[in-house]
Ligand binder design. Structure first.
Ligand SMILES: [Zn+2]
Length: 240
C-alpha cells in the first residue's frame, strides 16, 4: 500500500489496496529461453532453462480495468459501487492512465522449479497514481463531480459549458442527433481504439444538450464504434 490518502478522500474502514502485484497477468511478453542443459544434467523437466530476452508486448486494458474495479469495490462497498456508475468512470480513468503503456511496465526474472520464470508488472509509481485517481473518484458524490473528474483527467481542463451545466443524466440518445462538429477537442480517429469499443456496453459519450441535438464533448471513438456496428442509439451522459 503506497497510496497517500488525502484529507479529501472519504472515510472508509478499509483502505484502497492496489499494488503492482495485483496486475501480474495483465500484460503479455515475448520471452526467449536458452534451453541448454548444465553439465551433469539428466535432461528433461530440469531447471536449466534460462531467460535470454523479454519484450513486454501488450497490456490487456480490460484486465487492468477489472483489477482496478475490484479494488474500488472493496474500498467503497459493492452496493454503492453499482449505484454510482463507477464501472464507467474506472474504465475512463484506466484507459487514460499510464498503465495502458508498456513503457511503464517492468519484469523480473526468478528461479523456478523448471528453470527461470518471468513476471511482468506495472511500475509502482503508475499504480500509486492510479490508486490516488480512484480515491479522488470515490470522493465524488455527484454525477457531475465524477464526469468533471474524468474529463479533467483526460484533457487536463474542463470546458466552460461542462462547468456551467446544472443537470447531468444518463440517457439513451439517437446517434443521428449527435453533432460532431470540428470542435477544439476533436481527436483524430484511431482505428485500433474504435475496434476496442466494439462490444462496449457502458455509456459511450458525454454530450451537451443543444435544443433537439447533442454536441459531443467526449467519446468520439466509442460513438464511431457504435455507428460502425450499425447501432442507432447509444447511452450517453447528457448535460444541460
Ligand atoms: Zn537441464
Amino acid at each position: 500500500m503506497r497510496t497517500a490518502r488525502s484529507s479529501r478522500t472519504p472515510k472508509s474502514d478499509r483502505p484502497l489496496k492496489l499494488n503492482s502485484d495485483d496486475f501480474i497477468g495483465c500484460a503479455e511478453a515475448d520471452i526467449d529461453y536458452d534451453e541448454t542443459h548444465e553439465d551433469g544434467c539428466p535432461g528433461s523437466y530440469c531447471g536449466c532453462s534460462k531467460i535470454v530476452s523479454v519484450e513486454i508486448r501488450r497490456v490487456s486494458i480490460d484486465s487492468v480495468i477489472y483489477t482496478a474495479q475490484e479494488a474500488l469495490k472493496k474500498y467503497i462497498g459493492t452496493v454503492s459501487y453499482r449505484d454510482g456508475l463507477f464501472g464507467y468512470f474506472v474504465d475512463r480513468i484506466v484507459t487514460h492512465s499510464k498503465l495502458r503503456v508498456v513503457d511503464y511496465w517492468s519484469y523480473k526474472v526468478s528461479r523456478g522449479y523448471y528453470g527461470e520464470e518471468c513476471t511482468v508488472f506495472p511500475n509502482e509509481d503508475v499504480v500509486s497514481e492510479l490508486a490516488s485517481s480512484l480515491l479522488s473518484l470515490a470522493a465524488q458524490k455527484s454525477l457531475k463531480g465524477k464526469i468533471k473528474l474524468v474529463l479533467k483527467y483526460e484533457y487536463g481542463y474542463i470546458l466552460d459549458e461542462v462547468e456551467s451545466a446544472n443537470s447531468w443524466t444518463l440517457e439513451s440518445i439517437k446517434i443521428q442527433d449527435v453533432i460532431m462538429g470540428a470542435l477544439h477537442h476533436y481527436k483524430k480517429l484511431d482505428r485500433s481504439i474504435v475496434h476496442r469499443y466494439k462490444n462496449y456496453d457502458l455509456p459511450r459519450c458525454v454530450v451537451m444538450k443543444r435544443g433537439e441535438k447533442f454536441a459531443i464533448i467526449d467519446g468520439y471513438h466509442r460513438l464511431h464504434s457504435a455507428k460502425n456496428s450499425g447501432e442507432k442509439k447509444i447511452k450517453a451522459f447528457v448535460g444541460e
